[in-house]
Design a protein around this ligand. Structure first.
Ligand SMILES: [Mn+2]
Length: 359
């Protein structure tokens, strides 16, 4: 049996430009820590292979301490390490993959054609290729792994599209590949463990969120390969998350936010979007009040001014007639609860007549 850990799109040394300078420095350090954790897990799980499907570095000119960290982590990894450079970290002369010294059990693909690294002791062969520039042609086209006596894996950066500058891949190519497992990178959201023909394939998504287009839990895949087939499952890394929280601001935005706050978000980076018809919102005050509850917080005001509910009651229209009818009942209502229901009926009715969402 072969056991593998598959991760991609670490984007080490990403600029994190949406955060302040100190927080961006901290986030970059956390990225390196995430790499350490990944290798610790790989060792603890006794994986045979660490498969890294590109964009491990965010650019071709990372900080030296990041290259050192990568080398140390790889040196500490007891699995055979395979790295297929992607569009952010293509293998070009002079890049860190080219110039740094890597331990013998680290295999970095260097060409934009598929190469094979047989590992007879493990009974497997690992194929892979590199982006040799920011773009890459369709490398899987026409590929077929032939040796039935070995488990066949591939590490590749690319996307499932018919036309793309980023190594376009089709399900037909995957099904015809003869591979047992195809470890892909480039797509930043985990899209499930999939199958084409008898080949299992997956994008684990990026290892850490870097912005509000990368929300939710991030992680990697742990998998096994044996005579009965390939099994793989997503494992969250439990790093900081990016989340977007939408709140109906209403009459008291602070109270509405308070009520909508998640249990524990001190580690996470949130965007709170205030919505709906509301009293004017003091964004600065909300920002000051709630910022300490998060690692990072941005409050956005997307509310619309509250309408005077009965303003159109005097109109000689269906809307006017509807509002006059409800207003009479509202004025005659005995208690607050009835008045609340009648006001809500008026809001819903107005929204329906004007083709708006009711909130
Ligand atoms: Mn990427």
């Amino acid at each position: 049996m072969i056991k593998f850990l598959h991760a991609a799109d670490l984007h080490l040394d990403a600029p994190f430009s949406a955060l302040g300078r100190e927080q961006a420095v901290l986030r970059r350090r956390e990225q390196r820590e995430a790499l350490h954790r990944l290798v610790e897990i790989c060792n603890a799980e006794r994986c045979d292979l660490l498969l890294l499907s590109g964009d491990v570095l965010d650019s071709g000119s990372p900080w030296q301490e990041t290259v050192d960290c990568l080398r140390e982590c790889f040196a500490a990894c007891r699995a055979e390490v395979f790295l297929a450079p992607g569009n952010h970290d293509p293998f070009v002369p002079g890049c860190p993959y080219d110039t740094a010294e890597w331990p013998d059990h680290v295999h970095i693909f260097t060409r934009n054609r598929i190469d094979a690294v047989p590992l007879p002791d493990l009974g497997c062969v690992v194929y892979g290729a590199a982006f040799a520039a920011m773009t890459c042609p369709a490398l899987l086209e026409g590929f077929r792994a032939e040796d039935p006596s070995l488990f066949r894996l591939m590490v590749l950066h690319g996307e499932l599209k018919s036309h793309s500058d980023y190594c376009p891949i089709s399900e037909q190519q995957i099904a015809a590949s003869g591979l047992d497992y195809l470890a892909l990178g480039h797509v930043h959201g985990f899209g499930g463990v999939r199958k084409a023909g008898r080949t299992t394939y997956a994008w684990p998504g990026c290892l850490m969120g870097r912005g509000f287009d990368e929300t939710g839990e991030k992680g990697f895949l742990l998998g096994t390969l044996d005579e009965t087939g390939c099994r793989a499952a997503f494992v969250p890394l439990r790093g900081r998350k990016y989340e977007i929280l939408r709140v109906q601001a209403g009459d008291d935005a602070a109270a509405a936010v308070e009520a909508a706050l998640p249990e524990a978000a001190e580690r996470d980076i949130y965007r709170i979007v205030l919505e709906g018809e509301a009293e004017p919102v003091d964004v600065q005050a909300l920002q000051r009040r709630f910022a300490p509850r998060f690692f990072g917080l941005t409050v956005l005001d997307q509310t619309v001014p509250k309408r005077e509910l009965w303003a159109a009651a005097s109109e000689d229209t269906l809307r006017g007639l509807f509002l006059r009818e409800l207003k009479q009942r509202f004025d005659a209502a005995e208690d607050e609860e009835d008045r609340r229901k009648l006001a809500m009926a008026a809001r819903f009715g107005l929204a329906a007549m004007e083709g708006r969402d009711c909130l």
